[in-house]
Design a protein around this ligand. Structure first.
Ligand code: CTP
Length: 214
């Protein structure tokens, strides 16, 4: 039977009111490239995406848009139960406005303070779920960092009970958000580091899949 891969990609949007939201610079290119490479390699691929300007690759088994961190948490946790491999590439917001106004907010003369609350750490939930439901599942996270890249990435690997983390230096515009290229370091549970030098996101995607899937 074909192995099932679940991939998340793109940013989330956290709504302030009817016309405004908080988001981030993720374009989804890396996650879509992984989905494309995984389909080409013959896997059964489900892609859960934030709102992006990309066309999903052909021949996905499932394609779903998840706009907010809460939507993404619901969809990913449901699909992860049956996945052999989960790759969380989405740039999920860590905070959302405590309240979302149904109408457009009107300005006042005074400053505005927005109160934010934590969203669920989806990958951490998957790392907990994996212990009980699917210990053989391969769980992969991304760490987009601007400094201390390897240290922060290693902390995420350990805190979230991951098998691999893909560390990515987003302070370098040649390989960061929106670029067609990337360069990453893969770190596993044994803290072995595999460096993938700068290449197209599709080539990086193929190398990531070849490394993480035995
Ligand atoms: N992630 C997630 N749910 C969140 C935030 C992040 O599943 N609410 C996942 C991302 O998809 C990524 C990994 O966790 O695979 C690391 O995301 P990142 O934003 O780099 O790290 P955080 O855990 O948010 O940590 P920090 O904000 O301290 O850098």
């Amino acid at each position: 039977m074909k192995k099932k891969i679940l991939i998340s990609a793109g940013p989330t949007r956290e709504h302030i009111d009817a016309v405004r939201f908080i988001t981030n610079r993720s374009t989804g290119k890396m996650g879509y490239a992984i989905a494309e490479a995984a389909v080409a390699a013959g896997y059964d691929v489900s892609l859960v995406s934030g709102v992006v300007n990309l066309t999903p690759p052909a021949n996905l088994t499932d394609f779903m848009i998840a706009e907010t961190a809460a939507d993404m948490a619901d969809t990913i946790k449901r699909l992860a139960i049956n996945a052999d491999i989960v790759i969380m590439n989405a740039a999920v917001a860590d905070y959302r406005p405590k309240q979302t106004l149904i109408n457009k907010m009107k300005k006042k003369d005074s400053d505005l303070v927005l109160e934010l609350e934590r969203t669920e750490d989806i990958l951490k939930s998957l790392g907990e779920m994996k212990k009980f439901t699917n210990p053989d599942q391969i769980l992969v996270g991304f760490a987009a960092e601007t400094d201390n890249v390897i240290n922060y990435a290693t902390e995420k690997l350990e805190n979230k009970n991951l098998d691999w983390i893909v560390a990515n230096d987003v302070s370098n515009n040649a390989i960061g958000f929106g670029s067609d290229n990337n360069a990453v370091v893969l770190i596993n549970r044994k803290l072995e580091k595999i460096k993938i030098p700068q290449a197209s996101k599709l080539e990086i995607a193929q190398l990531i899949l070849n490394t993480i899937i035995p």
